[in-house]
Design a protein around this ligand. Structure first.
Ligand SMILES: [Zn+2]
Length: 334
């Protein structure tokens, strides 16, 4: 009905969809509204991706449950509307007790069908007060290197998180995958899928540990300065082909999301700055020149003020410096 009407506003679709959904399918009032909402949302996201009016089809069944109307969770009882009646079942809250401390809000939950089982995804939100910029004392530059994640803080300390084991392990997975791809057997395909899942799990775990370590090390009143990842493509293009796979082998985008999430939870800030020239600029005087950096010998020597350092840490130092500039600019606006 939505496809032929080309309407994507809930109110104008109401007469078209509400009664048929209720009469033909026996849906409750809230469910009928949710179904229309879900389909509209799917049309909108399809439009965003393809910019075309294409017919949306749902391959797997799904259903939205609105908090407190269709479902609720309280005192160990999960209460939910079904087509016949409202049912109440006990649920196990072990490991998620903190979600019931009153600071969390439950959102519209989605029932999905996967691998022969039904799952309920419940989005949770929590309001966290933002730290004011004046309160931020520690500015930490976090740079993606080829072999390390490099961290530089306000005490002038550099911290290298080794990426070499990650690089090696991903290289190993890559070889395994290539080997299995050549064998076109069903068992090879199954193993390929399994290996892919194992690699994803492992990489996610590494990112969890690294982001956790970063946030715990610096604590409150910290701002992490990361590279704006829209520049990531140009960054990898500059890398020699031999190193290309490895250079993007650390799932940095995910790492950044985790840092942002954990930082927000612990009331730290994260900003992303333009990473251009961060490897050629002098972190002491700001002089930018290609000749400042000797890539071959991993040396950095400023042609202006003669500051010298190992070139690995220059990027992180410059991100740190950009963080200071950012804070100054924010203070000037206030
Ligand atoms: Zn200099």
């Amino acid at each position: 009905m939505i496809y032929t009407s080309k309407k994507l506003v809930q109110a104008s679709l109401h007469t078209l969809t509400y009664h048929p959904l209720r009469k033909e399918f026996g849906l409750r009032s809230q469910m009928a509204q949710s179904v229309t909402k879900t389909v509209i949302a799917r049309y909108k996201s399809t439009m965003e991706n393809s910019h075309d009016w294409t017919k949306v089809e749902f391959k797997k069944p799904e259903l939205d449950w609105v908090w407190n109307r269709d479902y609720s969770l309280a005192q160990g009882v999960f209460s939910v509307n079904t087509l016949e009646e409202r049912i109440q079942v006990p649920f196990e809250s072990q490991g998620m007790k903190h979600f019931f401390d009153g600071t969390w809000k439950f959102g519209t939950a989605k029932v999905v069908y996967k691998h022969g089982k039904f799952f309920l995804h419940i989005p949770m939100t929590q309001c966290i007060e933002e730290t004011e910029w004046e309160q931020l004392k520690e500015i930490v530059g976090v740079d993606r290197g080829l072999n390390f994640l490099i961290v530089y803080d306000s005490h002038g300390q550099t911290w290298f998180i080794k990426g070499r084991p990650i690089k090696d392990r991903r290289g190993h997975y890559k070889q395994l995958r290539r080997h299995l791809q050549q064998r076109q057997t069903p068992s090879a395909r199954r193993r390929l899928k399994k290996i892919g899942q194992r690699e994803t799990r492992w990489m996610t775990d590494v990112n969890h540990q690294v982001s956790k370590a970063l946030v715990e090390r610096y604590g409150k009143n910290t701002v992490f300065v990361l590279e704006d990842l829209t520049g990531i493509r140009t960054a990898t293009e500059k890398v020699r082909k031999r190193n290309r796979y490895e250079s993007v082998s650390w799932a940095y985008y995910q790492l950044r999301q985790m840092i942002e999430y954990k930082a927000a939870k612990a009331q730290l800030k994260v900003i992303a700055v333009d990473p251009h020239y961060t490897s050629q600029t002098c972190p002491k005087c700001g002089h930018t020149e290609k000749g400042n950096r000797n890539k071959k010998h991993h040396r950095f020597a400023c042609q202006n003020c003669h500051y010298r350092s190992h070139d690995d840490r220059i990027g992180a130092m410059n991100l740190h410096r950009k963080g200071i500039e950012y804070r100054v600019a924010v203070a000037a606006q206030a």
